[in-house]
Ligand binder design. Structure first.
Ligand code: BG6
Length: 369
C-alpha cells in the first residue's frame, strides 16, 4: 500500500501535514483554547505535580527534548528528558509529585515500558504519548494522549515524530490552561500557531527536489555534522540519527554553543555541516551567535547547509545552500526544520542504493531490554 510512492518512508514523509492536523483535531475548541478530552479528570494531578520527567528512546526522545522547551516555557514546571534505559537503572528521583510522560510510537518498546512500570512503582503518575491504540505502554499508564499519525511502516520514524511533538505542545498548553500559567489569550495564540503548521509543512515538502538534489550530489560523503541551538538542538540530533539509520554514514548532532568546546576541531575543508538557524524573532542574540558559528566553520572550509526561515538574509553570505522554512512562532519551528533533514537522509540513502524502509540491523519496535 505504498501507493505511487517509491518507499513507505517517502509516503510517510509526505503524510506529515495530516499527521499533525489529525493529532490536533478535536483538541482545540471553537473558542481557540486547548482542551485534550483524554486528560479530563486530571486537573488536580496537573495542579499538584512539581516536575515532569519525559522518558523515551531514539527519535521519540528527541521529540521529548523539543517538548521540554515548550512545556517549561508555558507551565514553568521543570522538565527533564531521560532515555528510558538510563532512567530505569539510575535510581532516579521520582515520587508522587512527579509526572512521568513516556513517548513511544509503537507503545511496545521494552526499555520504555520498563521505565513506566518502574516510575509507577515509585508512586509517580504516568502519562503516555503513543501512536498505537491499545498498546502495552498506554495500558500500563494512568493516562494516554494518542498521536494520530496513522500506521508508520518505515523503520525510521518521520510522521510519528512530528505527531509526538504536536502532542507535547498540546499537553503543554493543556497543563498551562489548568494551572493558569498562561492567559487564555496566550493559549489561543499558540493554538492558532499550531493549527497553521500543517500547511507550512506542505510548503517545506514542496522543496523536496532541491533537497534531493543536494543529497545526490553528496552521496559519497562520509561524515555529516548537524548544529542547532535551543529547539533546533534536538533537530540536529534527529537529523544526525536519520542519516546514521538510513545512509550508514557517520553523523553527529551538536548544540551549536558547544562548537568552540570541541567539535570545531572536526572541521576541515569540505566537511558538510547542516545548521538549524533559530529565528531572529525568537532571540536576536541566539540568532547572531549561530550566524557567527556559521562564519567560524565556513572560515575553516566547511560546506554549510543552513535551514533558515524565509527572509533571514544574515546567513546568505556564508551558507553554500539555504533551505527555507516558512515563518512560525519560534517554539514551533522544529516541526518545519526537521523535514529537510528527513528528506536529505532518505534521498542520500536512495542514492547509495539502500533500502530506506528496512535499514540493516534495525527493528521498528524493539521488544527486548
Ligand atoms: C527504535 C526505532 O528501535 O525505537 C526508532 O528503530 C524509534 O525508529 C525507537 O525511534 C523508539 O520506538 P518507539 O516505538 O518507542 O517510538
Amino acid at each position: 500500500e505504498k501507493g505511487g510512492w517509491s518507499s513507505f518512508m517517502a509516503k510517510e514523509i509526505s503524510e506529515q501535514p495530516d499527521a499533525v492536523a489529525n493529532t490536533i483535531r478535536a483538541r482545540i475548541g471553537d473558542d481557540g483554547l486547548v482542551h485534550v478530552p483524554e486528560l479530563d479528570g486530571l486537573d488536580e494531578l496537573f495542579r499538584g505535580v512539581s516536575r515532569v520527567v519525559i522518558v523515551a528512546c531514539g527519535t521519540a526522545s528527541y521529540a521529548g527534548m523539543v517538548g521540554k522547551y515548550a512545556i517549561e516555557a508555558w507551565t514553568r514546571l521543570p522538565v527533564e528528558v531521560a532515555l528510558s534505559h538510563e532512567f530505569r537503572y539510575s535510581d532516579p528521583v521520582v515520587d508522587a509529585s512527579t509526572l512521568v510522560v513516556s513517548i513511544s510510537q509503537s507503545g511496545e518498546t521494552m526499555d520504555t515500558l520498563m521505565a513506566v512500570k518502574y516510575a509507577a512503582e515509585r508512586g509517580a503518575k504516568t502519562l503516555s504519548i503513543c501512536n498505537t491504540q491499545g498498546a502495552t505502554i498506554p495500558r500500563e499508564s494512568d493516562a494516554v494522549v494518542y498521536t494520530h499519525a496513522g500506521p508508520e511502516v518505515a523503520v525510521a520514524s518521520t510522521k510519528a515524530f512530528v505527531a509526538q511533538v504536536t502532542a507535547l505542545y498540546l499537553l503543554g498548553l493543556h497543563i498551562a490552561n489548568v494551572r493558569g500559567s498562561l492567559t487564555s489569550e496566550q493559549i489561543t495564540e499558540n493554538a492558532a500557531e499550531l493549527q497553521a503548521i500543517p500547511e507550512k509543512i506542505g510548503e517545506v515538502l514542496a522543496q523536496h527536489d532541491e533537497v534531493a538534489q543536494l543529497a545526490h550530489w553528496m552521496s559519497d560523503t562520509r561524515s555529516v555534522l548537524f548544529l542547532g541551538r535551543n529547539v533546533g538542538y534536538p533537530i540536529s540530533l534527529e537529523g544526525a540519527l536519520k542519516l546514521k539509520e538510513l545512509a550508514y554514514i557517520h553523523a553527529e548532532g551538536f548544540a551549536a554553543g558547544e562548537l568552540k568546546h570541541g567539535p570545531i576541531a572536526l572541521i576541515e575543508p569540505g566537511q558538510p555541516v547542516f545548521v538549524v538557524v533559530p529565528s531572529p524573532r525568537g532571540s536576536q542574540t541566539m540568532h547572531a551567535k549561530v550566524v557567527s558559528n556559521i562564519q567560524e566553520i565556513r572560515a575553516r572550509g566547511a560546506r554549510v547547509i543552513a535551514i533558515a526561515e524565509e527572509g533571514d538574509v544574515a546567513v546568505l553570505p556564508y551558507a553554500d545552500t539555504v533551505v527555507r522554512v516558512p515563518l512560525a512562532a519560534p517554539l514551533f519551528e522544529p516541526l518545519l526544520c526537521v523535514i529537510p533533514t528527513q528528506i536529505f537522509a532518505m534521498e542520500l540513502a536512495s542514492a547509495k542504493g539502500l533500502d530506506v524502509d528496512q535499514p540493516r540491523n534495525l527493528a521498528k519496535s524493539v521488544t527486548v531490554e
